[in-house]
Write a protein that binds this ligand. Structure first.
Ligand SMILES: *[C@@H]1O[C@H](CO)[C@@H](O)[C@H](O)[C@H]1NC(C)=O
Length: 429
């Protein structure tokens, strides 16, 4: 369906641009004739044709004598045509971008959306795949025209990194954006929660956006601690998605070592880094619970997975994604809860009597590429082979001495200082 719609759009804009070209050609030819033959195509020594043209022909003759007026009309025609042309150029640009997405085979959403259009037979064993990539919403610029304009400039392929920051985290923010710049990433944006951070970003050439004043949000934003500010992001992110952008939400206690957009799958509503520290905890396992009193049925199987880290996730602009943000924001506004716990509960609890779960597609990021600080300090730094791998990002989520560990990560991975990580304890001790 989407494919067909795309083709239809393309056909229409092609037809429109052909019409525009035809009109323009006509006007230009008219111009030339008006200058070269001011008395019209048919001169007075062709009386027969002249008579045949009749009254309307004569009107055309007399108007061609009013040259300055004609020229003005033509000028305004040309002006409106060049407006039209600019508009068409924009459409062509949009369509080219969409086409590029489709050709790359990356926009699974459009492909799967195609699949939703008609009913299909299941097909042979092993070839059947369920829908996991939801179609994106239609962008609504009216939601926030000012932000829309910023995103148009900053985002690449409708994607960007977004971080929230107030003055409490300035030192970490500096390490954060320095690492981002060093990798050569340009599609990132800081949502400044106070004037000082806005100024700090501007003076460092960091793309920054300060929201319009909003009572409820502002009091938390300015004075809020870690968790309170974390809750804000679900409300703020909504607009980004409504505007049609995919967001890689990032806390600021993160060091970038490669461009994450080269490692995102883009096939799920939410793609998140894990708090897990090995294959089982990061990717899920069957945890067998033993209750000997039950005898024959003493073993109860349970499904377990370490939580997704709500400080680093990629979220696509789909309905389930926006529903997730709303559900989390709503619960956080009513109770004093930890946003990461709520984020995971909403993502993972299935529907059951009295409860409609969120039906969002999710993907866990590679734990060595999107590395949390437990993996780094407990495992990787002590393992000769793992030590050689270069992560995409390191998130110092497990340790309170964030700034010094962030700097050590930069020393180790960027400046090649082999013992930079050595003096830190595994945990916080
Ligand atoms: C974890 O999983 C990966 C991929 O399946 C595998 O290559 C690796 O050996 C596993 N590691 C451990 C410690 O089991």
């Amino acid at each position: 369906m989407a494919g067909r719609a795309l083709m239809r759009d393309k056909g229409q804009s092609l037809r429109r641009s052909r019409i525009a070209a035809a009109i323009l050609t006509g006007v230009l030819i008219g111009c030339v004739f008006a200058f070269v033959l001011p008395h019209g195509l048919f001169s007075s020594d062709q009386p027969i044709q002249n008579r045949r043209i009749g009254k309307s022909g004569l009107q055309a003759f007399s108007s061609s004598c009013e040259l300055p007026e004609r020229i003005n009309m033509i000028k305004s025609d040309i002006a409106s045509l060049s407006d039209k042309n600019a508009e068409l150029n924009k459409q062509v640009k949009d369509l080219t971008e969409r086409l590029r997405f489709a050709e790359q085979g990356k926009d699974h959403a459009q492909m799967q959306f195609l699949d939703m259009g008609e009913k299909h037979k299941a097909g042979p064993f092993g070839t059947v795949k369920g829908l996991r990539t939801n179609p994106t919403v239609i962008p609504d610029e009216l939601v926030n025209p000012r932000l829309a304009k910023i995103l148009e400039e900053v985002a690449i392929r409708k994607e960007l990194i977004v971080a929230l920051a107030n003055s409490n985290v300035q030192a970490m923010l500096e390490v954060w954006f320095t690492s981002i710049k060093k990798v050569g990433i340009s599609n990132y944006l800081v949502v400044a929660l106070d004037d000082h951070i806005e100024h700090f970003c501007k003076s460092n050439g960091v793309p920054v956006y300060k929201r319009d004043p909003d009572e409820g949000i502002d009091s938390v934003a300015k004075t809020g601690g870690n968790h309170a500010v974390s809750g804000l992001k679900f409300r703020i992110l909504r607009e980004f998605l409504q505007l049609g952008y995919s967001v890689l939400l990032s806390d600021v206690d993160i060091v970038y070592l490669q461009n994450p957009f080269d490692y995102i799958y883009r096939d799920s509503d939410v793609e998140s880094m894990s708090d897990g520290h090995n294959n089982m905890t990061a990717y899920g396992f069957n945890d067998v619970f033993d209750e000997p009193a039950m005898g024959w049925a003493r073993y109860a199987h349970t499904m377990r997975i370490w939580v997704y880290n709500s400080g680093f996730f990629y979220i696509r602009p789909t309905k389930p994604s926006i529903e997730l943000l709303d559900r989390v924001a709503d619960r956080l506004s009513r109770d004093k809860l930890w946003d990461q716990a709520v984020f995971n509960e909403e993502l993972f609890y299935p529907s059951h009597p009295g409860y409609d779960g969120l039906h969002a597609a999710k993907r866990t990021m590679d734990m060595y590429l999107f590395m949390n600080s437990k993996v780094l300090f407990k495992t990787v730094r002590k393992d000769a082979k793992l030590k050689k791998l270069k992560p995409v990002i390191v998130h110092v989520n497990y340790h309170p001495d964030k700034l010094s560990r962030m700097k050590a990560v930069v020393e180790f991975y960027v400046n090649g200082k082999q013992d930079a990580l050595a003096h830190f304890p595994d945990g916080s001790q």
